[in-house]
Design a protein around this ligand. Sequence first.
Ligand code: NG1
Ligand code: ZN
Length: 584
Amino acid sequence: ESVIEKREASVRVAAKLLGIKVSYGIAGFRADASILQSTVFRIGILAALRSLKCNGDVIGLMITASHNKVDDNGVKIADPSGGMLSQDWEPFADQIANAQDAQSFLQLITEFVKKENIPLDGAKQAVVLLGRDTRPSGESLLRLQNNVFIALFFQYSSYVHSINIYLLFFPCVILPFTTSSSHTEVNAHVGICSIIGAVPIDMGVVTTPQLHWMVRARNKDLKASELDYFDQLSTSFRCLIDLIPNKGGDNHPIGKLVVDCSNGVGGEKLQVLKEKLNWLDIEIRNSGKEGVLNEGVGADFVQKEKVVPQGFGPLDVGVRCASLDGDADRFVYFTVISNGNNKINLEDGDKILSLFALFIKDQLNILIDDKDIYQPRVGVIQTAYANGASTKYLNQLGLEVVFTPTGVKYLHEKAEEYDIDIYFEANGHGTILFSEHFLNWLEGRKSTEKGLEKQNAAKRLWAVTKLINQAVGDALNGLLLVEAILQHMGWSVDKWNELYHDLPSRQLKVKVADRTAVVTTNAETTVEKPTDLQEAITALTVNYPQGRCFVRPSGTEDIARVYAEANIQEAADELASSVSKVVD
Ligand code: NG1
Ligand code: ZN
């Protein structure tokens, strides 16, 4: 038996035991880091091809598993816009990640190159920005460790262009996944370099949204370094603070903001930001120096468990706290309910969305009259998990609320349909997008507007467009926008929390034989298949005042999720549990 055969056999066994088939889900590929080496290599190739397909625009490749445990890792692609990989490439990502041998792998690539008309004539150069979070496995998954580079050249002809495509080709690629033995041989860097002329640029340890921001900025020929990112955030935040009317009154939220950084990348980045923002008192906790990434800490933990994260000790009522997730693309706020107690009041993504929506609406109301010809369309985008009370509140503000399936890529896609789009998942992932048309209009208004009040409103909105990440949800600038708005309003967190009262809700996971058997429609609020399941859910839901309930297959775990809402907690619990029994 050759070494390769041995390795292949062991990997087959491992893959079988683990029952693994990786798929490019709503969070990219995610799995235990030890089996991802070959996947990142292959996705490196995909990233380079994607760049060529997009005329040599910069593509991003991020190594992260967000809020998942530290041993996991994952890989995600950022498209030239800074958004997620175009959905029509996802099946290709799945296929190449799961190809069982070298031949079928090469064949898939050749066919795809032909089908997509990807120019391999050398006229354009592929450029891929690489980033990773603080996971220990990140570095070896990402880049070439100076030593092992035993490349074999494969040459095969592309019948599309009648030219040769050269792929630097590694023994390991024939394995569906490599086990621990050969970690330094394949990684994302090597995958990218397999496409002749492709240039990987290593951005090192960054937050996921920073990498997306950099990709977007580079493709727009804007300043795109990490320093530029921090400069833009601090300048626009400063601008919002300077524009606060009657500043200096004692009604502004005083006191520090305490931030749980999930022991992840957010810690070191927030530290940089903090040094630039000496007029905002930030105290950083769980920066990663001591605790374990995402263990009993972070936005996901705080939002799901509704308790103070580890590393906080006893807190006083009223202390403003926030929590980021492991790669700093989402965040929530919280305060403790009573001194020294572990229970919290949570300001989740829905509350953040509501605060942002209120502020934007207020500024637009100052700026625009009924007489104005141009009335920007504001869209608010939520998922079925948004608390019903938040949707009701947003409707009362006179805003148009639309729903999409779970997963930020769906929200982001929908968001691109309005002049101003505010989207958030309840778990704290979201942002505000502004259309080109709106930005052009606003730029004019900010300088030509006569009245001071209107001019200030235009300037505030302009600062928001600079502050908030236009590529993806971003905890660091989201946090700054919340801080700026609270100061602007002169609100405490509790005042913000009072915007509306959440309806009691319950989320349950149900192990099912085959989660794909559950097919939903209407933004996942209605079950289409199995046919009788929806009838059963409806029949149970009508028994509860303000009852709402839906079931959907998870996109990230092998389970079905049940969500129920009702006027009191006991009712929400009961509804969720009785529906779970029907699903089971
Ligand atoms: P799934 O597993 O499909 O429910 C979860 C979250 C999403 C999103 C993704 C990506 C819930 C109910 N679902 O998706 O909101 O964040 O993970 O990480 O929180
Ligand atoms: Zn994340």
